[in-house]
Ligand binder design. Structure first.
Ligand code: ATP
Ligand code: SF4
Ligand code: MG
Length: 346
């Protein structure tokens, strides 16, 4: 449309879409039927994600927490557009993630990943300098003459020694290797950083140094951070928001401090109670084993382990619903701020 000189362009009033939005996302894998014989090729569907709802705003820091097998990595692969969900919608800035990823290098440049196995993700034949220069070149970030200076800048920013550029990953400690992985992730000047257990398996002081680094990067660069961890202490230090997963579904989400101080879902409360604390006896582990996603309990999926389960919990499958300011919980009888159960049911 051609505008006359007297017409002025009105500022757009459309709200900015979240960086990521998951709407009833499902991910079903076809797996061998349990107990099948060697010659039987029958398969069954395993729902690794089942009705996941999540919205991540620009500049947010979100910890994704849950036991092994709860679906954290599967969710991450959907966020990164590596796998298309088998159901629901997964959006990046309002567009389907898979489409955004397929369209040029914009998505790959904007959404950077730090893998759990940082050493395995680095080519052992390349020096640290070459490893950091690779994304600079791939995304055309700087001119050739400026490459060495930018590599040195990134090495300094992540706290590696200045001579690190000429060293190989095999000559670096576990903590230094994670710093190289973070420098590579930052090289493309992303606005989103996604990390899967990026500080696990390190000694406490190295973990603390890396967490301080990640927190300052997130704040200084205004990064949106999605951080997978088993550790509630790490989640509360690094992330303002938390999403707690159980058997393929987010069961509680909200501001990290509020959720950990006064959990509304009995699973969040059990995770918090099971977290080790200094100078206190080793806490009781969570009761029972996480069930197989192929054999979910009827009604609420936490009912087989829930100390607060009531009769209707075996009959109805609770969905994630609002629970106070910025919080949501998937429980028929959420806990109150005193840890008791609310008398009325949802
Ligand atoms: N490619 C696949 N094929 C079949 N099943 C899969 C596949 N990927 C994951 N699963 C299953 O989906 C469920 C969720 O797995 P996922 O790896 O996402 O869990 P996780 O929360 O990341 O666990 P961990 O903390 O151990 O890394 C598990 O039951 C797992 O066995
Ligand atoms: S719905 Fe019932 S079984 Fe499920 S978490 Fe809530 S109280 Fe426990
Ligand atoms: Mg995982």
């Amino acid at each position: 449309m051609i505008m006359s000189q007297t017409q002025t362009k009105r500022p757009s009033t459309a709200p900015t879409p979240p960086v990521f939005e998951l709407i009833e996302v499902e991910q079903e894998f076809s797996v061998p039927q349990p107990g099948r014989s060697l010659f039987n090729r029958d398969t069954v569907g395993l729902k690794a994600l089942d009705g996941v709802r999540l919205s991540i705003a620009q500049g947010a820091s979100l910890a994704l927490v849950g036991e092994s097998g709860s679906g954290k990595s599967t969710l991450l692969r959907v966020l990164l557009g590596l796998d298309a969900p088998s159901g629901g919608r997964a959006l990046y800035r309002g567009k389907p993630i898979r489409e955004a990823r397929a369209r040029g290098t914009g998505f790959a440049r904007d959404v950077a990943m730090v893998y759990q196995d940082a050493r395995g993700s680095l080519d052992p034949r390349m020096t640290v300098g070459q490893l950091i220069a690779e994304p600079l070149r791939h995304f055309n970030i700087v001119r050739k003459g400026e490459e060495a200076a930018r590599v040195a800048q990134l090495i300094d920013r992540v706290g590696l020694p200045t001579d690190a550029a000429s060293r190989y990953p095999s000559g670096l400690s576990g903590g230094q290797v994670r710093r190289v992985a973070i420098a590579r992730a930052l090289a493309s000047e992303p606005s989103v950083l996604v990390a899967d257990e990026a500080v696990s398996g390190l000694d406490v002081s190295t973990q603390a140094q890396l967490l301080t680094l990640l927190r300052s990067l997130q704040r200084d660069m205004g990064l949106t951070l999605v951080f997978i961890t088993h550790d509630l202490g790490v989640a509360s230090y690094l992330c303002e928001e938390i999403a707690i997963m159980y058997l393929g579904r987010i069961v509680e989400t909200g501001p990290t401090d509020a959720v950990l101080d006064t959990p509304a879902h009995p699973y969040s409360a059990a995770l918090r109670a099971a977290a080790p604390r200094f100078f206190e006896p080793i806490p009781e582990p969570l009761p029972g084993e996480i069930p197989s996603p192929l054999d979910l309990p009827n009604g609420c999926r936490f009912s087989s382990r829930c100390p607060a389960a009531q009769e209707d919990c075996r009959l109805r499958d609770p969905q994630l619903g609002q629970q106070g300011a910025g919080r949501a919980v998937a429980c028929l009888h959420p806990l109150t701020s005193t840890g008791a159960q609310a008398s009325e049911t949802r």
